[in-house]
Unconditional design. Structure first.
Length: 21
């Protein structure tokens, strides 16, 4: 499901931003 993939990508982006902050 594309929706699930997008959610996972969003979570990954948030984690990445959190680590770089």
């Amino acid at each position: 499901m594309p929706k699930t993939k997008q959610v996972l990508e969003d979570l990954g982006a948030r984690e990445f931003l959190g680590y770089t902050k």
